[in-house]
Write a protein of this length. Structure first.
Length: 95
């Protein structure tokens, strides 16, 4: 009978250890999830900052006249897209 109790106690101890590990893993998972969200936000912010800086570089190149043909075409393409968006907004406002 004592062997059975010892066996049950060992199983109980192992279950307790497993529960502690499970809780630790859940906490680690939660921390990792928060870290992932934070890093994704930083990535999006950095991407937006890069796009803004690229636009500023293009504007500076255009203002100094130091653009090659490919840059000029790309710049004109962006300007035309902005104009189309502005026209759409004006159309919506006039309705």
């Amino acid at each position: 009978m004592q062997e059975l109790e010892q066996h049950i106690n060992r199983i109980n101890q192992k279950l307790q250890q497993l529960l502690k590990k499970y809780e630790q893993l859940q906490e680690d998972n939660e921390r990792q999830g928060k870290l992932i969200k934070e890093l994704q936000q930083q990535k999006e912010s950095s991407g937006e900052q890069i796009r803004t800086l690229q636009q500023q570089v293009n504007i500076l190149k255009a203002s100094t006249g130091d653009m090659n043909e490919a840059d000029k075409k790309n710049f004109e393409k962006h300007i035309n897209q902005y104009i189309k968006e502005i026209d759409k907004c004006i159309t919506y406002l006039s309705e």
